[in-house]
Design a protein around this ligand. Structure first.
Ligand code: HMG
Ligand code: MG
Length: 305
């Protein structure tokens, strides 16, 4: 076991992972206002949208409009998901500065989410990473279902480590490990990051825990002690994956920040500003946040809405 990292980078994926599963279309202006509020509270990386098929994920169809309207704050990276060259080309036209590709550790989930096998998904990423490198664009990699798959059950850490290596070989600068259905527990999460860290180096490992079983904070706490220092989360705990039935949102950014503040770890993120962003989006969506911290600090559900 190592000590905690001195600085933890929080990547807020709320505008993408958080909103992609919303049944009603969230207006572009609302998405943009949320992104501005997240940048204002000191987050250095915000996943702001996705250039995926609008037939598959209609909520992300306005990616180009969102990116056109963002008033970019210096020092903040606004990234987007791009599953293939078409998505990458659209993202480049929209002026996106950083993209993310996503693969899955199970064949069934790969098919459901991106209509291709795991190997085919890597084949799609190779020209994308090549084009990105030529354009000076960084590519982040995701692996989904790292601690369990809704269709195939248990996933071996060795499979995740191998896929993570393939993403790094393709040109990703970091791999974010997605517990898509939030089924992981701390010892398993530690074993996973240790195996992936041994394959690609721990400083290239990020974690992306959904909180379906209420384990995300415990898992984050466990992996921080193994040397992980990049954590994905979603403001107000919004979200879920459209291709993982029952998957609830990412761990809430407010809850992660509260824990990190309590541990005395630096993040550069301001809680008051974050609560403003959280209250804004939950007000727009007309429901309370999933964040326990937002509920506690904002006083009550009524105060937040
Ligand atoms: P496909 O249907 O196999 O694609 O979908 P295709 O290449 O056969 O093309 C079919 C149509 O889609 C064509 O249009 C293409 O032009 C269009 P048509 O001729 O029928 O009018 N198309 C696109 N349009 C816009 N942007 C694009 C694009 N690509 C093709 N990029 C595809 C394959 C990968 C596109 C599709 O399966 C897809 O978009 N999947 C994305 C699903 C998704 O966004 N899931 C959620 C995000 S991942 C996630 O949440 C997990 C994560 O959070 C980590 C975790 O929690 O585990 C990252
Ligand atoms: Mg996710």
């Amino acid at each position: 076991m190592m000590g905690y990292p001195n600085f933890v980078k929080i990547v807020d994926v709320g505008p993408r992972d958080g909103l992609q599963n919303e049944p009603g279309f969230v207006p572009t202006e609302t998405k943009v206002s949320l992104i501005h509020k997240l940048a204002d509270c000191g987050l250095s990386m915000i996943e702001a949208g996705a250039f995926v098929s609008p037939k598959w994920v209609p909520q992300m169809a306005d990616g180009a409009d969102v990116f056109a309207a963002i008033i970019k704050k210096p020092g903040v990276v606004y990234s987007a998901l791009t599953p293939n060259m078409k998505g990458f080309d659209l993202a480049m036209v929209a002026g996106v500065q950083e993209v993310a590709v996503f693969a899955a550790a199970s064949e069934s989930f790969s098919k459901k989410n991106t209509n291709c096998t795991i190997s085919e998904s890597i084949e799609r990423f190779l020209p994308l990473c090549d084009a990105a490198q030529k354009a000076g664009i960084s590519v982040r990699g995701y692996v989904s279902c790292v601690l369990g798959c809704p269709y195939e059950g248990d996933i071996s850490p060795a499979v995740v480590a191998d896929l993570s290596s393939r993403l790094m070989d393709a040109g990703c600068y970091e791999v974010s490990l997605g517990d898509t259905i939030g089924c992981g527990t701390p010892a398993k999460a530690q074993a996973l990051v240790n195996e992936v860290g041994a394959a690609i180096s721990m400083d290239k490992v990020a974690v992306h825990f959904h909180d379906t079983y209420g384990q995300a904070l415990a898992n984050i706490h466990a992996v921080l002690q193994q040397g992980v220092s990049v954590v994905d989360s979603s403001v107000a705990g919004l979200g879920g994956c459209p291709y993982a039935k029952g998957a609830s949102g990412n761990v809430a950014t407010e809850d992660v920040l509260y824990m990190l503040n309590g541990l005395g770890l630096d993040t550069g993120v301001d809680m008051t500003g974050l609560l403003t962003a959280s209250a804004y989006i939950t007000g727009e969506l007309g429901r309370p946040p999933s964040s326990r911290v937002a509920l506690a600090l904002n006083g009550s559900v009524e105060a937040v809405l």
